[in-house]
Design a protein around this ligand. Structure first.
Ligand code: AMP
Ligand code: MG
Length: 437
């Protein structure tokens, strides 16, 4: 289905034949992951959408303007189109009288050229008539019948917007990789580009692993846990502009996992599984990936939560990146925000990939173990003084999913730091789902 894809992981695969099982620092993991990704190809991985469908899509090609902006010389004000030579000596005591030969409303082509001693009544946005080179604003004129008195000399070429002075036809209007939002869509509409070349959406298969998992509609048996990751990951994938392919729950059985992962590889550009990547007796994912021919690049990252993280690549049946996320719901989300999101942005053709970190003032003391980069969930508010970070209430346990609700940012306590005092600056990762002020 995706045969002939230009993306090629084989070169990098050769470089990483012997994966280092040690924990890698988060920024090293990020760089390594981004380096594994070949972005979509503007010629092959593209589709055409209408302007109405273009919101949040990514331009796959540079768009050249078919038109000059402005399209013709026009007036920036209501007034009179005149010849500067006629009015350059005008003063309140020595006014210049001109004959008004026509009125040019917006959207109408002037019918007559302005000759010496003549003027045309003109409105904002109207085309300049032949012969005229200057606009006299109506505030410095007096009109009687077909005569207009000019009471003050304007600057030469005053209030004329010249053709192509904003943008020239044939020059690039928007570049490949631009995310299309209201301003860009307005520009494309104005340039009469009703059909827009965009990158296709990356296809992301999502599977949850674990014998204990059930869907939310099932009565819970003792020991069972609801598969919340599937829903969180589908949402995050869709928010990132990708197409989510939910593949359900896979039991902790090697054969079932092998089948499910193989099916995911057949359909997706990127596969996300959660669970089964730690060192427990039932954590089969890494073994199955290897058996299926993957190259494992990362197996653990020095962050908390989210230490077990498998990053692998497949070249068969087509180039695919595989993320084995930790099963723990908080760890899975933190790993997505920190590592999968930038990877998706790069794959999908955007020009900015890296997560958005800002400095914020912490409202509370933030504590960490100091061994691993620690991500604490909470909320950023934008105030006049800048960014403010408040820690989510409740237990900061990676097993506590409940106090994640409302999270729009993660406070980062670096390795080697065990406390950031209330009032001090903290580096925070802004989550793409947006934040309120
Ligand atoms: P694992 O990484 O498979 O050892 O899972 C770690 C913890 O996360 C266990 O308590 C699992 O029950 C829980 N967990 C695993 N997968 C999911 C999931 N899809 N949704 C919610 N919790 C999960
Ligand atoms: Mg498990």
């Amino acid at each position: 289905m995706r045969s002939g894809s230009p993306r090629d992981y084989s070169r990098r695969a050769q470089l990483s034949q012997s994966p280092d099982p040690a924990m890698v620092p988060a920024d090293v993991a990020e760089a390594q992951i981004l380096d594994l990704i070949t972005p979509f190809d503007g010629a092959r991985d593209r589709e055409t959408v209408t302007l109405a469908e273009a919101r949040d899509r990514i331009l796959a090609d540079t768009v050249l303007s078919p038109l000059d902006f402005p399209h013709w010389d026009n007036s920036a004000m209501d007034g009179y189109a005149v010849r500067f030579a006629d009015v350059q000596g005008a003063t309140a005591t020595a006014t210049v009288a001109l004959t008004v030969i026509e009125e040019i409303p917006a959207g109408k082509r002037p019918q007559q050229a302005v000759a010496a001693g003549q003027a045309a009544r003109i409105l904002t946005g109207s085309m300049m008539p032949e012969g005229a080179d200057t606009i006299v604003i109506q505030e410095i004129t007096q009109r009687r019948d077909d005569q207009v008195q000019i009471l003050e000399a304007p600057q030469p070429q005053a209030f004329v917007r010249h053709r192509a002075s904003f943008h020239r036809a044939g020059e690039p209007l928007l570049f490949a990789g631009t995310v299309l939002q209201a301003p860009e869509i307005a520009v494309l509409a104005a340039a009469q580009c009703p059909l827009v070349p965009v990158y296709r959406r990356p296809r992301v298969a999502i599977l949850s692993t674990g014998d204990e998992l059930v869907t939310p509609d099932r009565p819970l048996q003792p020991g069972q846990i609801v598969d919340s990751n599937q829903y969180a990951l589908v949402t995050l994938v869709q928010q990132a502009g990708a197409e989510a392919i939910p593949m359900g729950i896979v039991p902790d059985q090697p054969e079932a996992l092998r089948e499910a992962i193989a099916a995911a590889l057949d359909q997706a550009d990127l596969v996300l599984s959660s669970g089964g990547v730690s060192v427990g007796d039932y954590d089969y994912v890494d073994r199955i990936l290897t058996e299926l021919g993957a190259t494992l690049h990362i197996r653990a990252v020095a962050i908390k939560p989210g230490k077990p993280l498998t990053v692998a690549t497949f070249t068969q049946p087509s180039p695919t990146l595989y993320f084995g996320l930790p099963g723990n719901p908080v760890s899975a989300l933190v790993s997505f925000w920190r590592f999968v999101e930038p990877a998706l942005r790069k794959l999908s053709g955007q020009t900015r990939w890296s997560p958005l970190f800002v400095k914020a003032r912490s409202h509370q003391d933030l504590r960490a173990g100091g061994q691993r980069e620690t991500y604490l969930w909470g909320q950023v508010q934008v105030t006049e003084a800048g960014f403010e970070f408040s820690l989510a209430g409740g237990r900061h346990s990676s097993g506590n999913l409940i106090n994640l609700a409302g999270t729009n940012a993660l406070g980062v306590v670096p390795v080697g730091v065990t406390q950031i005092a209330a009032g001090d600056p903290v580096r925070v990762l802004l989550l793409p789902s947006g934040f309120t002020s």
